[in-house]
Design a protein around this ligand. Structure first.
Ligand code: FAD
Ligand code: FES
Length: 280
């Protein structure tokens, strides 16, 4: 059992928790993830290691409440326990030789992008971050990004905070104004990562994307997380989650990501009905 040490709401649908998990904290690196189960009969879901404290033996997770399992996790409070917390899984983000990087985060993808930005900052790289949200109410981690970025641009779709527009606009402007990035790293919705890669491709700037397909075992055995990258089948859980953005077949990934939409909707409704019954 893994104890929830802290719980904080970052916005109405995003929660941050510190979990007591010394073995995971001891090995985790930016870019890796864990798989947890809230209860013994619960579903396994992957979440990125948003931070770790090796001394305290804690691992930070940040999750958006989107369905049955994240709803159940959000119902847990400080001092309570979750059943499983396995990791670290996947490959750490590659940092060697990168002196200037642009981190592009979208929505809750910023939870995954933040530890990556922090890692580059700690290694002494020049970090430019561009983070985008639908509106001001959904903004998360502004201070955290400001603390680990030499330049931070905030975008909202509706202009309610920062600049109005999508993240690819300031990215293109920066490149055209002469910023020479060794790497652009994009983490967010599939459509956003697809367009970031399309923006950097004409300038041939190496672009990494973090792929979050459906995962089940997280060890390369079930095939659930398969993607086509450079014409070859890859498993995001063991070969990724980071991949070359120019090689990912985004259209296939988008089609696969909506495969279980009906089932997920039913589970979400089941959970809401169960919770309503418990409250009544
Ligand atoms: C490597 C990796 C890292 C991730 N890191 C984060 C993170 O740091 N913060 C965060 O909020 N989300 C993260 N996700 C997404 C997160 O796993 C899903 O939001 C979660 O599984 C939703 O479960 P649910 O039961 O609440 O919702 P559901 O209603 O079951 O699903 C909602 C959506 O979540 C996705 N999803 C569902 N089940 C899985 C699964 N087993 N594996 C992957 N995706 C799934 C699907 O796109 C689905 O449409 C990550 C996913 C991966 C693969
Ligand atoms: S989650 Fe099963 S192969 Fe990746």
């Amino acid at each position: 059992m893994y104890k929830i040490l802290t719980k904080k709401q970052l916005n109405p649908t995003v929660t941050m928790m510190d979990i007591e998990a010394p073995l995971v904290a001891n090995k985790a690196e930016a870019g890796q993830f864990i798989i947890l189960r809230v209860d013994d009969d619960g579903e396994r879901i992957p979440l990125t290691v948003a931070g770790y404290d090796r001394k305290a033996g804690t691992v930070k997770i940040i999750f958006q409440i989107v369905g049955a399992t994240t709803m159940a996790l959000d119902k847990k409070n400080e001092g309570e326990y979750i059943s499983d917390f396995v990791g670290p899984l996947g490959c750490a983000t590659r940092t060697e030789g990168i002196k200037k990087v642009c981190i592009v985060g979208g929505g809750v993808g910023c939870a995954i992008a933040w530890p990556v930005a922090r890692k580059f900052f700690e290694l002494g790289a020049e970090v430019h971050s561009i983070i985008g949200f639908r509106n001001k109410d959904l903004l998360i981690l502004e201070k955290e990004f400001a603390d680990c970025s030499h330049k931070l641009t905030i975008m909202t779709d509706d202009g309610s905070y920062g600049r109005r527009g999508v993240v690819t606009e300031p990215l293109k402007e920066a490149i055209e104004s002469g910023e020479r990035y060794d790497e652009v790293i994009a983490i967010g919705p599939l459509i956003m990562m697809k367009f970031v890669a399309a923006t950097t491709k004409p300038y041939n700037i190496p672009t990494t994307v973090s792929m979050n397909p459906i995962m089940i075992d997280g060890t390369g055995m079930c095939g659930g997380c398969r993607l086509t990258v450079g014409g070859k089948t890859k498993f995001a859980c063991v070969d990724g989650p980071d991949f070359n953005g120019f090689e990912v077949d985004f259209d296939e990934a988008m089609a696969r990501s909506s495969m279980y939409a009906e089932f997920e909707k039913a589970e979400r409704e089941n959970f809401c009905n169960l919770f309503k019954k418990e409250v009544l």
